[in-house]
Design a protein around this ligand. Sequence first.
Ligand SMILES: C[S@@+](CC[C@H](N)C(=O)[O-])C[C@H]1O[C@@H](n2cnc3c(N)ncnc32)[C@H](O)[C@@H]1O
Ligand SMILES: [Zn+2]
Length: 1023
Amino acid sequence: MLPAACRCLAEADFPIAEVSKHSAREKSIRHGHPSTVHLWWARRPLAACRAVLMGLLLPDPCDPRCPEGFKQEARRLLGRVRGVGEGDEALRRALLGFIADFSNWENSANPVFLETARGLVRAAYPDGPPLVVDPFAGGGSIPLEALRVGCEAFASDLNPVACLILKVLLEGIPRYGRARLRVPTPDGGVEEVEGLAEAVRRVGGLVKARAEEELAEFYPPDPDGARPIAYLWARTVRCEAPKCGAEIPLARSFWLSKKAGRRRALRYRVVRPAGRPPEVVFEIFEPKSEAEVPKGTVSRGNATCPACGTVLRVERVRAQLSAQRGGADVVFDQQGRRVSGARLLAVVTVRPGEQGRHYRLPTERDYEAVWKAQRRLDRLLERWRNSPSEGLCPVPDEPLPPEGTLGFRVQKYGMRTWGDLFTARQKLALATLARGVRELDPHPDPLPEGEGGRVPEAVRLAMALVVNRCADYLSSLCSWHLPGEKVNHTYGRQALPIVWDFCEVFPLSDSTGNYDGALEWVAEVIEAWPGSPSGQAQVADATEHPLPDDAATVWFTDPPYYDAVPYADLSDFFFVWLKRTLPGHPLLRDPFDPENGLTPKTAEIVQNEAVRLNGQVKDRAFFEEGMARAFREGRRVLQDDGIGAVVFAHKTTEGWEALLSGLIRAGWTVTASWPITTEMGSRLRARESAALSASVHLVIRPRPDDAPVGDWGGILRELPRRVGEWMDRLQGEGIRGADLVFACIGPALEIFSRYSRVETAEGREVTLAEYLEKIWEVVGRAALQQVLGSGDGGAGALEEDARLTALFLWTLQSTNRLEAEEEEAGDEEEEAELEEEDEEAPARRAGGFSLVFDVVRRFAQPLGIRLPEWEGRVIETKKGVVRLLSIRERAKVLFGREGADLVAQRIERAPRGPVQLELLLGGGASVPEVRVQGGRRGRVRSRRLPDGSQEYAASRGATTLDRVHTAMVLQAAGRANALRALLRAELDRGPEFLRLANALAALYPKGSEEKRLVEAMLLAVPR
Ligand SMILES: C[S@@+](CC[C@H](N)C(=O)[O-])C[C@H]1O[C@@H](n2cnc3c(N)ncnc32)[C@H](O)[C@@H]1O
Ligand SMILES: [Zn+2]
C-alpha cells in the first residue's frame, strides 16, 4: 500500500503525446491482440490503459512522502532499461519515460519490460499485489492490463457477452494458456496437449470436420474444380411502374473487383419477353474505365428500375422488402426454381494452385444448393416444433430490439427476429457449428473446473467465441469489400444498417471470414499472452457491486458513453448464438430477470429516450442517477487511501455533465486529468461535427468527509489561470479544438470538486451545470485571445460574426493525429451510410463546416454572440447541427445568387468567362454603382469613381468578416485589380482586416477551399 496521501505519478505528470501515439497505432495491430478474440464496441486501447494504470499504481518520487525503499528499487530496476539521472526529478522523468515506452504494443510482452513493470509495482506494494477493480469492464482492456503489470483484477459487466470475453481473457488464458489439457481425438479417444491454444485448435478441428460432413452438399465445388468462397447477392423488389414490373436487384455498385490486372464488373441488358415483365440479364466484363460500369440501382434507399428507369421510392422499397422479412432469402417454387427474393449476382471462386479470385455468373447449381439448405433448415425446425423437449429453437427466433433503437435500421425492412438477419443457409451453417461445440461435451452444465467432461470449460468458452466470430462474418448484413476482395463483417460500425447487396461467404473455405480464420484469431490471442496470474470476471450491475467495502486499491473504469453505444442491444446478435453454443451456461442466465431470453436491459446505463423499459424511460436523469450510484459503489469498494480513474469519451456536453455530476455527488474529487488521443485519421463522425478523438482520463480520489465549503469568487479567480496554463501545455502536445475544450474540464474540476459544496458570497449553492458554463466561457475567451488577440468585446475587438467564425473554426480543429492507415472498412462504411436515407446527409452535401449546436451555443452565449442574429448569414442550424456557411454560400449572402453562381463557376474553372462578373463587381465603366439584389444589410457594394478607379464601399453594417470574405471572393473570381483596390482601402482603414484574415488563414481546415483562397488573397496584400 502506498502511504496515505502520497501523490501518485499520474497526479504529477503523464506522457500524453507518446501514449497517444501508441494508443492510436495500436488500432492497426491485429494478430494476437486481445481485442481480436471477439468484437466489443469502443474498446479502450491497451496502451492507454497500461500507461494510466502504471501512473496510478506508482508513487511520485518527488512527493516527500514517497518511500525511500521504492525510490531505491525503482532506480535499480529502471537502470536496466534506461539511464536514470541523479535526484527525484530525474527519477520521475525516468519513470514517465518507462511508462511511455512500455505503452508501445511491441514492448508489452517483452520480458525485460514486463519484469521491470511488475518489479516497480512490487516495490510500491511490498505487502502483496494491489487489487484493480473495473465495474464496467466490457472487452476487458483495463483488467487485462492490471494482470499484465502484476496486479490482481476483478472485472464485471452487466453484459453476459462481455463477461464471456472477460472469462476467456482474464481467467481462461492466464490459467490454462500454458497448462496441459485433455482433449478428445477424432477417433473418440482422449489425449493431452500443451496449452490452451493447441487445445482450441484440436477441438476446433473436430468441430470443423463434423460441420464439413453436414454442410458439404450446400456448398458444392464447381464442376471444373473451382471452389466458391463467396456468393454476392442482391435483395430485390419489383418495379411498380405500369406495364413494367421488372425485378430490380438492389445494388449499390456493380463493381466486383478493382484490383489492378483483375478489374471485373457486372453489366446488364434488358430482355423483354412477350407477355411477361422485362428481365435483367447480367454479364461479367472487364471495364476499362469507371464510366463503363453501370450505376448502382439503389441510392439513399430509392431504387431505380434498370428496365424503365422509374424510381421506386424508399417507402415502397421498404414495404416490398418487409413483405419478404428483409429479403435475404430466395423464394423457390415447389420444384426448386427461383421465383423471387434474393438474387445471386456473382460467385467468387478460387482455383486450386492459382492465385487470386475469379468471378463467374451464378448457375442453377448455386440456387439448387440454396434450395437444399432451405429444406434442410425447414426439417430442422419441423423436428424442433414437434418435440417440445428439444429446448431452444435451433436458430435465433428472439425478437430484434424495438424500432427506433439507436443504430438499428433493419426493422424498417421487415426483419423482426435476430434470425432474419441471416439467410437460411447462413442459419444452417451457424446452427451446425453451434451444435458442434455444444455436443463436444455430453454434459449440458459445465463441470467443476478441470474435471470430468471431455472438453475443458476454458476450451468450450473459447470455441463459443469462435462461433460468434463466424456469425459476425456470416450474416446478410455483410457487404463485399471491394479493395480487399473480401467480406466485411456485420459490425463495421456500432450499428445495424441495411445492406442491399450482401456477401455470403462459404464458412468452411480457406478465405477471409471463414471458420479457420476465426479459430486462428482466437488461438493467436491465447498464444500472445505473456502469462500472468488469473483474474476474476463476473456478471454484475455496477450500481450494486459484489465486492465488500474497502476491497480495492485501484478503481479504474471506462463507463458507458451516454447515448453513444447501445451495448445490450448490439450484443444480442452474439448472445442469441451463445445460447445455442453453450446452452444452460450460468453466465447466460439473466440474474436479474430469469424470464429474459436476451441480455439484461433494465439495468443497463445508457441514455436512449426512444425506448421505454418496464414503464421507465432511459432519459438523462436515469443515466445520471445510474452513474452516481455506480460511483458511490466505487467509493464504497475502494480503500480510503486508494485511487481511482475514469475514462471520459463523451461526445455530447450533456453526457459529460451527467457523468461528472454523478462523480461529484458520489463524493469523489478530481486530482488530475490526461487526454489521450486514441483515434487515427479522420473518421466519419469526426468530419461531420468535430467528434472527439481524445478521451480524458480523470484521476480521482475519495473526497474526505470533512471537505470544506468552497468560495465561488475564489474559484472564479483561480479558473482562468489554470485553464490558460493547461491550454498551453496541451497545445504543446498537439491537442486541439473540441478535444482541448473537453480536456480543460479536468483541471477545472480539480478546483471545484475539492469542496463538499461551493457557495456564493450570499450563501447560494453553485451547481455543477453553472460551473461548466463558466468553464466554456473561460475556454472560449482564452481561445479568442489566442486567435484574434482579443478575448472580450473590449476596444479593438472584432465584431460578433468574426468572433463566431473564429471560435467555430478553432473548435473544429482536430488534434494532430497519425496519418491514418485508415481502417480498411472506412470508405465502405461511409458508402453504406450514405446509401440509406440519412437525415444528416443534406448538411454534409451542402459543404461548410459543422459542429453540434450545443457546443456552439455554450461558447456563444457567454461571449455575447447572438446566434439567431447570424442565422442564414454566417451559420445555418438544422437538427442540432450548426453549419458555418461555405465561402460560396457567403458569396451569395454578400452578392446575391448571381454573384455566388459566378464565383462558383470561377472556382470550378467552368468555361464561362468573367464577363458578367465585371458587371457585378463594378468592372463596367458605364456602371457607376452596382447594387446587387436589394441592399440587404451586410452586402458589399462597389462603384467606379470618376477617375476610373474603383471603390469598394461596404454598405452600412458590413463587417470585417464580410470584407475579408469579399476579398476572398474577388480572389476566387480572379479580379486582381479589384482585389488590390479593396486591400488598399482596408489597410488604410485599420488593422482589423489583416488580423482577421491572418487568423482565418490559420484556422480554416487544411485542404479547404477557404484556406486556399484566404492564403492566396493575403499574398496580394501590398507590403
Ligand atoms: C465503454 S464500455 C467499456 C469498454 C471497455 N473499457 C473496453 O475497453 O472494452 C461500458 C460498459 O458498461 C457496461 N454497462 C452498462 N451498464 C452497466 C451496468 N449497470 N453495470 C455494469 N456494466 C454496465 C456495458 O455493457 C459496456 O460494456
Ligand atoms: Zn420498371
